[in-house]
Design a protein around this ligand. Sequence first.
Ligand code: UDP
Length: 229
Amino acid sequence: MSYPIETMRVNSEGTMHLLYLAKEKQAAFFLASTSEIYGNPTVHPQPESYYGNVNSVGARSCYNEAKRYAEAITYWMNRKYGIPVRVIRIFNTFGPKMDLNDGRVITNFINEIMSKQNLTIYGDGRQTRSFQYIDDLLEGIVRLLSTTYEQPVNLGNPEEVTILEVAQILKELMKSNAQLEFLPLPEDDPRRRKPDITISRTIMDWEPAISLHDALARTIHYYQGQYIH
Ligand code: UDP
């Protein structure tokens, strides 16, 4: 949101330029799309066939509308020029090596606990997300690339939790008694999010192997200087 125009241009014009490059080089095209294209979903969990509920003039539109355009142009270049495409929709993902100041919830909470600050909860904390560990995402990408499946594929962990539950698990794992500080909910913050992964299970026998609890433990180890690979 600090770079809204740049975000839109990278995802729209940038994607288009890369598609023309793929056409010129006769390469296949892999698009890392996102669960953001579902917006604030009215269908739960979200299958790939759900068209989404996106506010085209809202606070998140610089990202989600640009990613929707990226999907649209990818499929039109596929139809018109026969460029082979693979498209994944990535749900919330985390793991070691993230920037602790990148602003997302898990890194924010770990950062706040390590620096003995309050945990900043936006809204009432009852909104949900489904977090997957980076290694599961990478395994899903590798598997998809070895298939011939050209439709969008959700990659995410269907283990759905509230933000309050994430705070609680992290406090337990890090033996913290940090207080919760409630701040206003950002505009258009999705209320619920959970992938339907029937397609990824069916076409490539993929599902997440690492639970949220273990994924958080591994991530904390990394930030505490005890990286376990
Ligand atoms: N969130 C929060 N405190 C934070 C950062 C995020 O309560 O310090 C909330 C945020 O409002 C959202 C959820 O956690 O409901 C996930 O936010 P994140 O930015 O990590 O991912 P996204 O909203 O893109 O799914």
